[in-house]
Design a protein around this ligand. Structure first.
Ligand SMILES: Nc1ncnc2c1ncn2[C@@H]1O[C@H](COP(=O)(O)OP(=O)(O)OP(=O)(O)O)[C@@H](O)[C@H]1O
Length: 781
C-alpha cells in the first residue's frame, strides 16, 4: 500500500475518539443487562477433547435481538411447563414485558418460584428450553417469540416427561409434537463421547451433585429451613418469606370472589403473572395445602393457583388468539396472495409444466411415505397423504394463488438430508425430479412465523429479485397449509460460522477473498437500496473452490428491506450491530458494512472487536457505540497494517466516514489478497483439469508460473502487500500453519492475559480478552 493510502486509513483513531464523546443512551435495550453476551464464534465443542478442563463454553448463537422491535416493547405471553417426573407437570402462563426483566438469571429464579420451586430447592429451574429442545441462553432468546418453553432442573429429564409436557402444550398438533419430540430425543440421547456429552446440555445420568436421594434433599432443605428461620435478619429471611407465602394454603386458595390475588412475592415484572392450576387431574393433584415434610419433595411442592373464574376472566381479556397457539386452535397466519402457490422464473415454470404433467392417482408407496416424512420432518399422517394424493392433479406450478399440497411438492422434488437449520427453518438438500438438479429447500413452519410474516415476504420478494454470484439464488417457493418451501441454490460448503468454529482464524489472503465476495454482494444490493441488516457468519454460505479457498454467498434475507430514508428499527445480532442502530439516530445500508468489519476482525484474530467481560449486553452496546478498536497482541501481531487499516475503515462509528461496500471492494488490500487467492484457485483447477484430462502438460505449468509471479507480487507470508517479494505457494501455506498455531495457543487465559501459543491449549472463547483495560490493551496505531 502506498504511504498516502496508509495515511488515509490511519486517521480513524482520532475520529473514533471524537465520536466517543457524544454517546446517546439506548432506551429500548437498556434493561437487557445480565444477559450473556453472544459469542457465536467458538471452536466446535466436539472438536476439542480437553474441553471439560475449561470453563463452560459461551452461549451458542441462539442469542440475538433480531426481532427486538417486535418483542421488546410488547408484553409477551408465554407458557412454561415443568415436567416433574411421576406423571406430574407444572404449568404457568405468564405475561412478560422484556423491559421489566432485569437479568436472565433473575428470570429463571422467578419462573422457578412461580412454578413452586423456590431458589433454594434442589429441583429449582436452572434451564429453559424451547419446545424443540433448544436451550434458551439469555433474555433475547426468551423474547424471540416462542410461545412455550420447557423448564428443567439440573437433572436430565425423562423423555416420557418431556412427551407429556408436549402433549399438554400441543394436544391437537400431533405432527408438531412428533417433530418436537424427535428434537428432544436427539438432545437427550446419551452422548457417544465425553466431548459431545459435555455439549448435550445434560451429563450422562446425573452428576455427583445431583445424586442426592430424596431423603438427602430433604435434609438439605430442612437444614435450610432451620437456617432461614434462625437468621431472621439475614437475607435468607426473604427467601423464607417467599417460601411461606408460596406454601401458605390460605394464600393459595381461591381468593375473594371476583378478585385474583397477584403472587405478591414476585417482582414487578412478574406481577401480571398468571399461575395456573391445571384442570387435568395430574396437575390438580399437586395443588394442595402446605405439607412441611412431603412438600419438600419435588413432586409434592404445591404451587399457587388462581380460581377458575379468574382464569376464565383473564382468558377472555387476553382474547382467544393469545391462547390458542398452544391449543392448536389458532388459525394459520394469513398467507398473502403473492406468497401462495409458486413463483418460478418463466423459463423454469415452462420446464416444470412440461415435465410435471400430473400422473394418475396411485396407491401410496413406502417411498412416498418416507419422503413425506423427510419433507415435513414430522411423522407422516397416512390419512393426510392419502387425501393429498387423491387430490392430484392440483399442482400447477405456474398458478399463483392456490396452496399446494405436500404430495404435490413430493412429486416435483425429492427431499433429502438436512444441511442446516435456523430459528425458523430447516434447510434440506433436494433434487428436482424432472431434471435432477440439486437444490436446497428451506422449509419454514408457518406457525413459527406468526407475527413475523414480513420476514417471509422479504425473503420472497427481495431475495427472489436478486441475481448475483455472491448471493444465494431463490428459484421458487411453494406453500402448503402448514409449511412454506423455498427452493434455493444449493451451497454445499456449510456456513462461515462452522468454518470459523473449525479453523479459528484465516490467513489474510483467504480473508481478503471473502471480504471481496461479501462486499461485492453488498455493493450489488446497496445499489438497489436494499439493506440486509443481519450480516453475520451464519448467513454467509461457503462454496469451496479449491483446497482452503472459500467463496462466500450471502443468504437469509429475512431482515432485509428497501431503505429509502433513515430507518430506526432496532434489529440485528448484538455482536454485529452497528452503533447507529443502537443510537437510534437513523441508519441505512452502511450498517451492513459495519457488520462486514466485525466479520473481518473475527476472521483475522478469532474473536470479535467488541466484547463485554461480563457478557453484559448493555456494556457491549456501549462499547460498540464508543467504537474504540484494539488490536490485541499477540493475536494481531502477524496481521498486516493494511488489513488493520481496512478494519478501522469499516468499523468507523460514523457511517458517513465509513467505507462503502464499493470502496471496500476496491480497497487495495482486498484486491491484492483476492487476486492472489484467485490465482491459487486457478492453479488448483488447472492442475485438477490436467490430471483429469491428462493433456497439455505445458499449459498448466505456464499458468502456474504466471500465477506464482502474481502471488509473489501481492503476498508475503504474513499477508503484507509488497511488490516483488519471494512469497510462494509454500510460504503462503506456512502462514496458514502459523495462524493455526496462534489460534490454538491464542485466545485469552482466565486471568485475561493472552496465552503463549501451545498446541495443547485450547482457546475457550468464553474467556474475555482484557481488551478494554490492562497493559495488553493497545490503542489503534
Ligand atoms: N442455499 C443453501 N444451501 C445450503 N445450506 C443452506 C442454504 N441456505 C441455508 N443453509 C443452511 O441452513 C442454515 C439456516 O438457514 P437460514 O439462515 O436461511 O434459516 P433461518 O431460520 O432463516 O435462520 P435465522 O435463525 O438466522 O433466521 C444456514 O445457516 C445454512 O447453514
Amino acid at each position: 500500500m502506498m504511504p498516502s493510502q496508509r495515511a488515509r486509513y490511519g486517521c480513524e483513531a482520532a475520529r473514533n475518539t471524537k465520536w466517543r464523546t457524544a454517546v446517546p443512551p439506548v432506551p429500548l435495550l437498556k434493561r437487557a443487562g445480565g444477559a450473556p453476551q453472544p459469542w457465536p464464534i467458538q471452536p466446535h465443542p466436539v472438536a476439542h477433547v480437553h474441553r471439560s478442563h475449561f470453563p463452560p463454553p459461551p452461549p451458542l448463537p441462539l442469542f440475538h435481538t433480531r426481532h427486538a422491535e417486535e418483542s421488546a416493547e410488547r408484553p409477551h405471553l408465554v407458557t412454561i411447563i415443568r415436567p416433574c417426573g411421576q406423571s406430574t407437570l407444572r404449568k404457568l402462563t405468564v405475561l412478560l414485558n422484556r423491559r421489566g426483566v432485569v437479568s436472565f438469571e433473575q428470570l429463571l429464579l422467578d419462573i422457578s418460584e412461580a412454578l413452586g420451586f423456590p431458589r433454594w430447592h434442589r429441583a429449582r429451574v436452572t434451564r429453559l428450553y424451547t419446545t424443540h429442545a433448544r436451550e434458551v441462553k439469555g433474555i433475547c432468546d426468551f423474547f424471540r417469540g416462542e410461545v412455550a418453553f420447557l423448564a428443567l432442573g439440573k437433572v436430565r429429564p425423562e423423555l416420557s416427561g418431556v412427551q407429556e409436557a408436549l402433549e399438554e402444550l400441543f394436544p391437537e398438533q400431533s405432527h408438531y409434537r412428533a417433530d418436537a419430540l424427535r428434537a428432544w430425543e436427539k438432545r437427550l440421547r446419551p452422548a457417544p463421547d465425553k466431548a459431545a456429552k459435555a455439549d448435550s446440555g445434560y451429563s450422562e445420568g446425573t452428576d455427583s451433585s445431583e445424586t442426592h436421594t430424596d431423603q438427602e434433599a430433604h435434609q438439605d432443605t430442612d437444614a435450610h429451613h432451620v437456617k432461614n428461620h434462625n437468621n431472621a435478619h439475614t437475607s435468607t429471611q426473604h427467601i423464607d418469606a417467599h417460601q411461606l407465602d408460596n406454601y401458605n394454603p390460605d394464600v393459595q386458595k381461591c381468593h375473594k370472589k371476583n378478585s385474583c390475588r397477584k403472587p405478591s412475592h414476585l417482582p414487578n415484572h412478574l406481577q401480571r403473572l398468571r399461575v395456573r392450576g391445571e384442570s387435568r387431574e395430574r396437575l390438580t393433584s399437586v395443588i394442595g395445602p402446605f405439607k412441611h415434610d412431603e412438600a419438600l419433595r419435588e413432586e409434592e411442592i404445591p404451587f399457587p393457583t388462581l380460581c377458575e373464574e379468574c382464569l376464565t376472566r383473564r382468558a377472555k381479556r387476553q382474547g382467544p388468539e393469545r391462547l390458542t397457539p398452544l391449543s392448536g386452535r389458532v388459525p394459520l397466519p394469513p398467507v398473502l396472495r403473492k406468497q401462495k402457490g409458486s413463483s418460478y422464473a418463466d423459463q423454469e415454470v415452462r420446464e416444470l409444466n412440461v415435465h410435471n404433467s400430473p400422473p394418475p392417482p396411485q396407491p401410496i408407496s413406502k417411498e412416498e411415505k418416507s419422503v413425506a416424512q423427510l419433507v415435513s420432518n414430522q411423522l407422516p399422517d397416512e390419512g393426510q397423504i392419502h387425501k393429498d394424493i387423491q387430490r392430484r392433479p392440483t399442482f400447477d406450478l405456474s398458478s399463483d394463488g392456490s396452496d399446494v399440497t405436500l404430495a404435490d411438492i413430493e412429486r416435483c422434488y425429492e427431499i433429502g438430508r438436512a444441511v442446516g437449520d435456523g430459528n425458523f427453518a430447516v434447510v434440506r438438500e433436494c433434487r428436482r425430479r424432472d431434471n435432477g438438479q440439486i437444490l436446497a429447500v428451506k422449509i419454514v413452519e408457518r406457525s413459527k412465523l406468526i407475527g413475523r410474516e414480513h420476514m417471509m415476504q422479504n425473503e420472497l420478494s427481495l431475495l427472489g429479485s436478486l441475481r448475483h454470484p455472491g448471493i444465494v439464488r431463490l428459484f421458487a417457493h411453494h406453500h402448503t397449509h402448514t409449511h412454506s418451501y423455498l427452493l434455493m441454490e444449493m451451497v454445499s460448503g456449510g456456513d462461515l460460522f462452522e468454518a470459523i468454529s473449525e479453523r479459528g482464524t484465516f490467513p489474510e489472503a483467504e480473508t481478503g477473498l471473502m471480504v471481496s465476495d461479501v462486499s461485492g454482494a453488498l455493493n450489488y444490493i446497496h445499489c438497489k437500496s436494499i439493506v440486509h441488516r443481519d450480516l453475520k457468519p451464519e448467513n454467509l454460505l461457503i462454496e469451496r473452490v479449491a483446497s482452503g479457498i472459500c467463496r462466500l454467498k450471502l443468504g437469509d434475507f429475512g431482515l432485509a428491506m428497501v431503505v429509502t430514508e433513515p430507518v430506526f428499527t432496532i434489529c440485528g445480532t448484538p455482536t454485529y450491530v452497528a452503533p447507529e442502530i443502537l443510537c437510534e439516530t437513523g441508519y441505512g445500508v452502511a450498517v451492513d458494512v459495519w457488520a462486514l468489519g466485525v466479520i473481518l476482525y473475527v476472521l483475522l484474530c478469532g474473536f470479535p472487536p467488541f466484547r463485554s467481560q461480563d457478557r453484559d449486553q448493555e456494556e457491549l452496546f456501549q462499547l460498540i457505540k464508543q467504537g474504540q478498536l484494539h488490536f490485541l497482541p499477540p493475536y494481531w501481531d502477524p496481521i498486516s497494517e493494511e488489513a488493520k487499516g481496512l478494519v478501522r475503515a469499516l468499523l468507523q462509528p460514523d457511517p458517513a466516514v465509513r467505507l462503502t461496500a464499493e470502496q471496500t471492494l476496491l480497497h487495495p488490500w482486498v484486491k491484492a489478497m483476492a487476486s492472489g487467492c484467485r490465482q491459487r484457485a486457478l492453479i488448483d483447477k488447472t492442475q485438477r483439469d490436467t490430471k483429469d484430462a491428462g493433456a497439455e502438460p505445458d499449459k498448466p505449468r505456464q499458468v502456474q508460473r504466471q500465477a506464482q509471479t502474481n502471488a509473489a507480487e501481492t503476498m508475503t507470508p504474513r499477508g503484507h502487500i509488497s511488490s516483488g517479494g519471494e512469497a510462494t505457494h509454500t510460504e503462503f501455506s506456512r502462514h496458514e500453519d502459523k495462524q493455526t498455531e496462534i489460534r490454538l495457543g491464542g485466545g485469552l487465559d482466565e486471568d485475561k492475559t493472552p496465552r503463549q501459543p501451545s498446541k495443547k491449549t485450547i482457546r475457550t472463547t468464553n474467556t474475555q480478552p482484557a481488551a478494554q483495560s490492562g497493559p495488553q490493551c493497545q490503542s489503534p496505531a
